[in-house]
Design a protein around this ligand. Structure first.
Ligand SMILES: Cc1cc2nc3c(=O)[nH]c(=O)nc-3n(C[C@H](O)[C@H](O)[C@H](O)COP(=O)(O)O)c2cc1C
Length: 366
């Protein structure tokens, strides 16, 4: 079955893309994932001076289900790539040469200086990568150099820096959003005004994964101390879905969306596509399950398309968006359906008449 989709002129063999992070951290892992069947990859974010990037250990933390131990949430305080740009340029060339039909997107980040952003854009573009993703969204560490979400939290900076890149870029430019803002449409619209043709959403959500009750130290603990980090994995999915839907409903036509956040299988990927994402990116899911998770992603989406009678991935994109409405309209629709009594029967004074857990279950949809 053909799962290909063309987005901003880039033909993805399928909509499954490695999200920027450990799964795309060097040519070897990128090659492995393309061999396994991934349609595209956003490589780990690169900058001009890797010597300034120094990571700490440990840098990950997990939130587990109390009952089963399954990983629900994942926090990281990892920085962008600590590998020299010259090595990266060589590897971008090598991967593109070896896999001309897979889409390779370079994620770039720099300090607030036009010449630095434009120099990085030019040198990376010369390697033959298919597109750029501008990292305006890493919420920790890089922010101390006024990079990442320090830019993405300010729409004026987002627009200005995007325009520096699009001034010299000859390939499509996506901008990756931070969720640590009030209204996702503002920075996204700013990036579009700066010339971005795609929006990637979301990066990680600022978080503290826990506190060790023996040592009283917040985690992940490095030499007894800690900084808040970025939250990912399945716990963030509902927030990411909401933001993707707001983008899909609010951005001008022709602006693509790459959906990211807590995708672990084909079901999750389809949710993002139905809410307007034409590609989906996965980072933590790959870290926890390995690149072979692509087999289930492909099989699951194929089965869904056959079952529901979709002929192309493009037809799936945004299919659930018309079902968003307003609260007032939902009340009106219940009235029309002669179900307004359902609302009457569950007014707030009913809560004392039954056990609170029973009442909660009665009002829950799934
Ligand atoms: C360990 C780790 C490192 C990451 N590094 C980057 C990075 O270098 N650049 C970037 O844009 N996003 C980075 N991210 C964010 C992911 O690409 C993604 O936006 C986020 O984790 C949510 O998706 P997920 O739940 O599939 O991981 C990183 C995430 C993790 C967990």
């Amino acid at each position: 079955m053909d799962l290909s989709i063309t987005v901003n002129g880039m033909k993805f063999p399928n909509p499954f893309v490695l999200g920027s992070g450990p799964p795309g951290t060097n040519a070897r892992v990128l090659a492995k994932s393309f061999e396994a069947g991934w349609g595209g990859a956003v490589a780990k974010t690169v900058s001009l001076e890797s010597a300034k990037v120094v990571n700490v250990v440990p840098r990950y933390g997990k939130l587990r289900s109390r009952r089963t131990g399954e990983v629900i949430g994942f926090e990281n305080i990892e920085l962008i790539s600590d590998r020299p740009i010259d090595v990266w340029l060589e590897e971008f060339r090598q991967v593109k040469k070896e896999f001309p039909n897979h889409i390779l997107i370079a994620s770039i980040m720099e300090e607030y200086e036009k010449s630095r952003w434009q120099e990085l854009t030019r040198m990376v573009q010369d390697t033959g990568v298919d597109g750029f993703e501008l990292n305006f969204s890493c919420p920790h560490g890089m922010t101390e150099r006024k990079m990442g979400s320090e830019m993405g939290e300010h729409p004026d900076l987002t627009e200005e820096v995007t325009s520096w890149v699009t001034e010299v870029a000859t390939i499509p430019v996506w901008a990756k959003m931070t969720p640590n803002i009030t209204n996702i449409r503002e920075p996204a619209q700013a990036a579009v005004s700066g010339g971005a043709v795609g929006i990637s959403a979301i990066n990680t959500i600022l978080s503290v994964i826990g506190v060790d009750l023996d040592t009283l130290r917040p985690m992940p603990t490095v030499e007894g101390h800690c900084v808040p980090g970025g939250y990912s994995a399945q716990a963030v999915r509902p927030i990411a879905l909401r933001m993707v839907s707001q983008l899909a409903l609010g951005l001008p036509d022709g602006i693509s969306i790459s959906g990211i956040g807590g995708i672990e299988n084909s079901h999750d990927a389809l949710e993002f596509m139905l809410l307007g994402a034409s590609t989906v990116q996965i980072c933590t899911g790959v870290m926890l399950q390995g690149v072979k998770m692509i087999d289930e992603l492909i099989a699951g989406v194929e089965k869904f398309m056959v079952d529901k009678g979709f002929d192309s991935v493009e037809e799936v994109v945004g299919k659930s968006l018309p079902y968003f409405s307003t609260h007032m309209d939902l009340v009106q629709k219940m009235k029309t359906a002669k179900r307004s009594k359902a609302g009457e029967a569950s007014r707030d004074n009913e809560w004392a008449q039954k056990d609170i857990t029973e009442k909660t279950a009665e009002l829950t949809s799934n």
